[in-house]
Design a protein around this ligand. Structure first.
Ligand code: PEP
Ligand code: MG
Length: 876
């Protein structure tokens, strides 16, 4: 039997998303549960892949299956393609397995021909409507299928309107529309050198091919790159019998969410327009009415719609995003899918659904995309600063958050300004899919038109970007690059601030403050903690970072990089004195000045951390980083330190390296300058003893040695640290316990981990250096080629962001295994950037690490990702 390339809606189900696309699978499901859906068919995603395999051609088998199913559709609807009295008209829409809103092209009213248009006129008793639909169809078909520039059609239309002195399209008469159809067909002929196709079957096949081709248009590719959607999966095509929302005052169309997608509130939230087609709502061309108003316009339809919305939410057990059309007083459902929502809404909906008994805690935890929590961890406006600010305009609160930046009026300008390092706000009349990169690089988006479901609003929410939409009192002139509000004119580069939660727009910049975890966020985090097995620590070097991380739920410090403490203004002088010292005695003198400062740093950290563990790492970067290189600065330093410029230059020269990343850093520094390591060990142990007794807690310092590649390095330094620590303990009459461990960040350390483990009480994987050294990609230079590597498919993701599981990951696994052979209970964590990346966290969970450590603001992301990893791998 030949392969099935085409399914009637009634043959599919929600479980077939990858074959039928999200839209097709859900249309099938809605039919299965008895909802009013216009019948149709889906050409599968496999047919799309086959189309590309055949050199962008539909195979005979696919064509004949489309034709057979079309016959069934004709039987089902009682209408006939191209019929002179009752013609079948269809919409043709793309629908991939993963939703890509507004990314691909749609064709409406397909099936209209010179004969069918008369049939439609007869059937509806409305000739004007029939010809209006026909001219729209010719334009859409010409544009989408044959790339005839839209403006050619627009000009022809404007021309006729001007000649007749009309202001609105609604003033066009039937005769005008018939003339426009003739003009449009001529444009089609001139542009394509062929007649506008008069066989609906041919129109359909051309449209299906166009949708398949649109899978690879530039904006679809950009969208997939942005959201890591594989390019290979293809799209399905849905062919559905048309219903008309623009057939007069008892017709209409709308979109709605079963809960508020911005806040998560349990109340149907949506918009509709009477006498309009679906595209008018989504494109944001006319500003629609809120869904409760439907209760006034058509109360019965409203009640039926709310019922269906509830059925859908209960059936899918998730918040739905629904499209509907009312045709002459009859309601039809055109789409349902899981609704895109802000993180705030996702949390509220998930928590409330658990409370309503709709889903379990485990499901709630799985529902939240860890990275989306970033949105809640964005700064908000400082309340005091906000009091002094007066809004200049109020729009719709389309996507929450606070943003301050310079205004730009085109996506390109906004992208270039962002590349220059500016914080930008993209200001547009309305956005379209072409603006996606500008939206992505801006801090916030402001539009003067469109509703809560306009392109700007939907895409901004998906990106977690602050957006104020439909701000109608703002006049945006994209040519002059100005926005005018009353008497105020702002031009490109001026500052504004947006509050996406209230819709307020302010002139100038407003200070922002850090967020906190509370309410639904706090509750979901607690649930996540019940499931996760991995501990969560933070990379923090300052008391401020450490306190922030604790508020976000960090259970310890996984990495304190002590170098930052050397850079501080007040102590850099002593550090430099230490570096330019000629001999050990001089160096020790300088280190004596640094010791109390370091000790004080550690005491502060220990006080904040209390009994929580904290891993403190010995100095890692090469010494020349602490010495200036500019002539002017060198002269200044020479004056300050009373050292001749020439001597300073000699020292700087002698410290210079060709390849500092592979040079005199990490434990190599501690071995050649043991007095530095001794000073740091003393500072740590003294601080721990003092805080332990002051606070009456048992601190167990974890002292970590960086960049170990040979067991001998650790052996030497371990001895040095023990010697120092024991001396301090004796001086202070203390029985403090401490641990000495190592970073595992050199491939050699991984493969000889059984040897190194003999000298280590703990391991912390430095996956930044491990990635650098395994790939041989310099951490400082990889940016130059990584995006090119991603584009040609050599790399799927940047290995510095998400761990390369098969290469670098294998080394981690090997090291864990070898280390545990020697010390089965040794604690092992990771403190490279990957410690905050959800995919990497799942890998570390499976590898059996004890904890991940990440920057403070990623702690909640890591808590949730660790819980999801545990749930996903429950059976292993
Ligand atoms: C690492 O290499 O992964 C690490 C955490 O250390 P650093 O980034 O300081 O080199
Ligand atoms: Mg490192």
């Amino acid at each position: 039997m030949s392969k099935k390339w085409v399914y009637l809606f009634k043959e599919g189900s929600a479980s077939q998303k990858s074959l039928l696309g999200g839209k097709g699978a859900n249309l099938s499901e809605m039919i299965n549960i008895g909802l009013p859906v216009p019948p149709g068919l889906t050409v599968t995603t496999e047919a799309c892949t086959e189309f590309y395999r055949q050199g962008k051609k539909l195979s005979d088998e696919i064509i004949s299956q489309i034709e057979e199913n079309l016959k069934l559709l004709e039987e089902r609807t009682g209408k006939k393609f191209g019929d002179e009295s009752n013609p079948l008209l269809v919409s043709v829409r793309s629908g991939a397995a993963v939703s890509m809103p507004g990314m691909m092209d749609t064709i409406l009213n397909l099936g209209l021909t010179d004969i069918a248009v008369e049939g439609m006129a007869k059937k509806t008793g409305n000739t004007r409507f029939a010809y209006d639909s026909y001219r729209r169809f010719i334009q859409m078909f010409g544009d989408v299928v044959l790339s005839i520039p839209k403006y050619k059609f627009d000009h022809a239309l404007e021309d006729i309107k001007e000649k007749n002195n009309y202001k609105f399209d609604t003033e066009l008469t039937t005769e005008d529309l018939k003339a426009i159809v003739q003009r449009f067909k001529k444009i089609y002929r001139d542009e394509t050198k062929t007649e506008f196709p008069q066989e609906p079957e041919k129109q359909l096949l051309m449209a299906v091919e166009a949708v398949f081709r649109s899978w690879n248009n530039a904006r679809a590719i950009t969208y997939r790159n942005l959201y890591d959607i594989p390019h290979s999966i293809g799209t399905a095509v849905n062919v559905q019998s048309m219903v008309f929302g623009n057939m007069g005052d008892t017709s209409g169309t709308g979109v709605a969410f079963t809960r508020n997608p911005s806040t998560g509130e349990k109340k149907v939230f949506g918009e509709f327009l009477m006498n309009a087609q679906g595209e008018d709502v989504v494109a944001g061309i006319r500003t629609p009415l809120t869904i409760d108003k439907l209760n006034e316009v058509m109360p019965e339809i409203y009640t039926q719609f709310i019922e269906i919305a509830n059925i859908l939410e209960q059936h899918y057990r998730d918040m739905q995003d629904i499209e509907f059309t009312i045709e002459q007083g009859k309601l039809y459902m055109l789409q349902t899918r899981s609704g895109k929502r802000t993180a705030e809404a996702a949390l509220r909906a998930a928590v409330e659904m658990v409370e309503e008994g709709l889903i379990s805690k485990e499901e709630a935890v799985m529902r939240i995309e860890p990275k989306s929590l970033d949105q809640l961890l964005h700064p908000r406006f400082d309340a005091d600063d906000l009091k002094n600010a007066t809004p200049i305009a109020v729009g719709l609160p389309a996507s929450p958050g606070a943003a301050t930046g310079k205004i730009y009026f085109t996506a390109e300008d906004s992208v270039s300004a962002s590349l220059r390092g500016e914080a930008t706000i993209l200001v547009r009349k309305e956005t379209s899919p072409e603006d996606i990169e500008g939206m992505n690089t801006s801090k916030g988006i402001l539009t003067s038109r469109g509703g809560m479901t306009s392109h700007a609003a939907v895409v901004a929410r998906g990106m977690g970007k602050c957006c104020v939409a439909g701000c109608e009192t703002v006049y945006v002139d994209e040519i002059k690059k100005t926005m005018v509000v009353g008497d105020l004119t702002l031009t490109e580069g001026d500052y504004i601030s947006l509050d996406g939660s209230t819709g307020n727009v302010y002139q100038g910049s407003i200070k922002t403050v850090a967020p906190a975890i509370s309410g639904n966020f706090g509750k979901l985090m607690e649930w996540a903690d019940e499931f996760r097995k991995l501990g969560i620590r933070t990379n923090a070097d300052t008391p401020k970072d450490a306190s922030a991380a604790i508020k976000f739920g960090a259970e310890g410090i996984g990495l304190c990089r002590t170098e930052h403490m050397f850079f501080e203004e007040s102590r850099i002088f002593s550090v430099r004195k230490m570096i330019i010292s000629d001999n050990v005695t001089q160096r020790e003198e300088a280190l004596k000045e640094i010791l109390p400062m370091q000790k004080n740093d550690f005491k502060q950290l220990y006080k904040i951390m209390g009994p929580r563990p904290a891993t403190i790492r010995l100095l890692d970067p090469p010494l020349h980083e602490f010495i200036p290189h500019d002539e002017e600065d060198i002269i200044e330093l020479s004056n300050e330190m009373h050292v001749p410029v020439s001597k300073l230059k000699d020292i700087i020269h002698s410290l210079q390296e060709f390849n500092p990343m592979l040079g005199h850093r990490g434990c190599r520094l501690a071995i050649t300058y043991p007095e530095i390591a001794r000073m740091q060990a003393r500072a740590i142990i003294e601080a721990a003893i003092e805080v332990s007794s002051e606070e009456n807690i048992d601190i167990v310092p974890e002292i970590m040695v960086p960049l170990v590649g040979k067991k001998e390095e650790l052996e030497v330094l371990r001895e040095l640290i023990i010697e120092t620590a024991e001396k301090v303990k004796e001086e202070k009459n203390s029985d403090l316990k401490y641990q000495i461990g190592t970073m595992i960040e050199i491939p050699r350390a991984c493969v000889t981990s059984d040897e190194i483990a003999q000298y280590a009480d703990f391991y912390s994987f430095g996956t930044n250096d491990l990635t650098q050294m395994t790939f041989g990609y310099s951490r400082d230079d990889a940016g130059k080629f990584i995006s090119a590597y991603k584009e040609v498919g050599i790399l799927e993701v940047d290995p510095f962001q998400s761990i390369d599981q098969v290469g670098v990951g294998k080394l981690v696994e090997m090291s864990v295994k070898l280390g545990k052979q020697v010390k089965p209970n040794m604690h092992m964590g990771v403190c490279g950037e990957h410690g905050g990346d959800p995919a990497s966290i799942e890998f570390f969970h499976k590898t059996g690490l004890s904890y991940v450590s990440c920057s403070p603001y990623r702690v909640p992301v890591a808590r949730l990702a660790a819980a999801q990893a545990a749930i996903n791998n429950k059976d292993q």
